[in-house]
Ligand binder design. Structure first.
Ligand code: DGI
Ligand code: FE
Ligand code: FE
Length: 200
């Protein structure tokens, strides 16, 4: 591991609660494995995985205060759903406090919770690594998404978005339009690919 990554890791170990830190390491190594599989830059994937939840080092109330202090604009959806704020705040902190300049890494952190249409390979890797890392609680469909992540990343993103949406609907949570758009984009995309391979 490079000294940069080691330094960030030490800092995060101090800032994050034990479980969140364990999850963070799980996401880092899973992102690294996916980067190897899909020929993505390994160092960048490890960095994004390591920092993806750095915005979670404090309570939601303080996350909102930090956003106000640093003029980070929150959408109505984010204000409605505080669980979403750490992604945008995390991208800001990664840049300003951890010295990350690479826009691919910063975007992967920014969109790791909701996803987005037209995700880059780095976005997809972090989005999935967050969902499938080894410490995640086993839920129905997880084994399939874990396997798909390494065999068909487009389909894995679609299934992951679908499963998140179903869970949010069941729990009657407010759904960010971006979460919905991610699912719709990848569902249509995969339907299109299926049609093309069938020769329709
Ligand atoms: O930070 P983590 O716990 O590792 O995971 P995360 O950043 O993917 O997501 C945090 C939570 O946000 C997770 O329970 C799923 C949820 N989430 C994702 N999209 C939406 C959402 N919650 C609501 N209410 N609305 C959304 O659109
Ligand atoms: Fe997160
Ligand atoms: Fe996470």
């Amino acid at each position: 591991m490079t000294t940069d990554l080691e330094k960030i890791q030490k800092k995060l170990e101090k800032k994050l609660k034990k479980e969140r830190y364990q999850h963070t390491l799980g996401v880092m190594y899973t992102a690294g494995s996916l980067a190897m599989r899909y020929n993505e830059n390994l160092e960048e994937a490890l960095t994004a995985g390591l920092l993806h939840d750095c915005g979670k080092y404090c309570a939601v109330k303080d996350q909102i205060k930090l956003c106000q202090k640093h003029h980070i604009q929150l959408t109505p959806a984010e204000l409605e759903t505080p669980a979403l704020i750490h992604a945008k705040l995390g991208a800001y902190l990664a840049e300003k406090k951890y010295g990350i300049e690479n826009p691919r890494v910063l975007d992967a952190i920014r969109y790791h919770t909701t996803g987005r249409p037209h995700m880059s390979m780095m976005d997809k890797i972090i989005y999935l690594a967050d969902y499938i890392e080894p410490n995640r609680k086993i839920i129905p469909g997880l084994a399939m998404i874990r396997q798909l992540s390494f065999t068909n990343i487009e389909q894995a993103v679609c299934q992951c978005a679908n499963s998140t949406l179903k869970y949010l609907e069941k729990s009657r949570c407010f759904i960010d339009p971006m979460t919905q758009q991610t699912y719709e984009y990848y569902k249509n995309n995969n339907d299109q690919i299926k049609k093309e391979t069938k020769g329709e």
